[in-house]
Write a protein that binds this ligand. Structure first.
Ligand SMILES: O=C[C@H](O)[C@H](O)COP(=O)(O)O
Ligand SMILES: C=C(OP(=O)(O)O)C(=O)O
Length: 357
């Protein structure tokens, strides 16, 4: 006689919890008319910058990660003023990053763990993220974020003007397919090993249509057919061997992109392996790429800075009351004061057309 049928699936699933479908969260926290105007206008400007119709530099600037929406909004209010001060030369998008890929383990970002304590209250994380994006875009500030989980865009991508695929996922088929269907321009970082071809291949893939399994806005699993994202572009972030923002690497990237028939525009991430994760070195990277741009390296189209209210970083304390105000809990950032000073100098330099910083 046959014994009881042994269970062979879900052996390592500890629990399953249903999530509110995207359509319901969107109903609960709707996009505002001002947000729609911000998103539509800024996506158009970013497209113009990437295709060379707008001569300004694109700057994606802001915290390494948002760990407290109130601090995110406080940063955004300062950022709104700064945007206006530099807008003749630099088009600023706020970095509003909610998902953190980790080299090994660590805090996974506001969406995954909004209470910073390993409780993974994802439902609340999605709600907080969406609300913050509505608040920031309602101030007229365009936002950009890393797209890590392939389900998350259904909850927030109507509010994003720019997106990134990170160094750890640029080679992933899932992320290339996702990028092919996203509504905003997507930057692909080179791999953590510094390989630029990985990102060029990702662009070649994501600019084409794909079909894959995903969810629709009502949370139903379905087959999504995408049109391809013609605004995929390259982000140089350095790699294990060191930085890759130097002229030679930027020009080589341009060549690779042209050979592949892709947008030969390059954004340089002044942080991560380009700064050796030393936030004080972001200034040097920015200065170098501005000099390149002014001396005719046309590929340089944008830059990324990791900036927070105050400089540096802090470990998450056991007692969260001891968190320092406005200091990153992931990578170290430059302060808002230094950000302002750097961006005003960059603006003046670009306006003067001189190569001396
Ligand atoms: O920008 C963020 C970090 O560089 C990325 O999440 C990896 O962080 P980790 O190496 O500290 O895990
Ligand atoms: C994780 C990030 O960067 P990278 O993928 O380049 O490590 C980031 O920009 O937050």
């Amino acid at each position: 006689m046959a014994g009881p049928i042994e269970k062979t699936s879900d052996l390592r699933i500890a629990s399953v919890e249903a999530l509110t479908p995207p359509s319901r969260l969107i109903e609960e926290i709707p996009i505002t008319a001002q947000s729609v105007a911000t998103v539509v206008e800024s996506r158009g400007v970013i497209q113009d910058i990437l295709t060379g119709r707008d001569r300004r530099l694109l700057g994606v600037v802001g915290p390494c990660s948002i760990h407290d929406p109130e601090l995110g909004l406080e940063y955004a209010r300062h950022f709104a003023e700064l945007r206006k001060e530099v807008e003749q030369e630099i088009y600023l998008v706020m970095r509003v990053y909610f998902e953190k890929p980790r080299t090994k383990l660590g805090w996974r970002g506001l969406i995954l763990d909004p209470h910073l304590n390993g409780s993974y209250d994802i439902q609340t994380g999605l709600r907080l993220a969406r609300k913050l994006l509505v608040d920031i875009t309602s101030l007229g500030i365009p936002t950009g974020s890393e797209m890590l989980d392939p389900i998350v865009p259904q909850y927030i991508d109507d509010l994003l003007s720019w997106g990134a695929i990170g160094a750890r996922t640029t080679e992933s088929q899932t992320h290339r397919e996702m990028a092919s269907g996203l509504s905003m321009p997507i930057g692909f970082k080179n791999g953590t090993d510094g390989n630029i071809e990985t990102a060029v291949n990702a662009m070649a893939s994501s600019c084409k249509p794909h079909r894959f399994i995903g969810i629709d806005i009502h949370g139903n699993t379905c087959v999504l057919a995408t049109r391809g994202n013609e605004l995929s572009h390259l982000i140089l972030r350095g790699g294990n061997q060191g930085p890759n923002y130097y002229r030679e690497q930027v020009e080589r990237s341009g060549q690779l992109l042209r050979q592949a028939g892709l947008l030969d525009r390059v954004m340089v991430d002044c942080s991560h392996a380009n700064s050796g994760k030393d936030h004080t070195r972001q200034r040097l990277v920015l200065e170098d790429i501005l000099r390149q741009r002014l001396s005719g390296v046309h590929e340089i189209t944008g830059f990324m800075l990791e900036s927070n209210i105050h400089e540096g970083r802090q470990a998450i304390p056991e007692n969260l009351d001891q968190l320092k105000h406005g200091v990153s809990i992931t990578d170290a950032c430059i302060s808002l004061d230094e950000t302002r000073q750097l961006l005003l100098s960059a603006r003046d330099l670009l306006a003067s057309g001189s190569t001396g910083f």
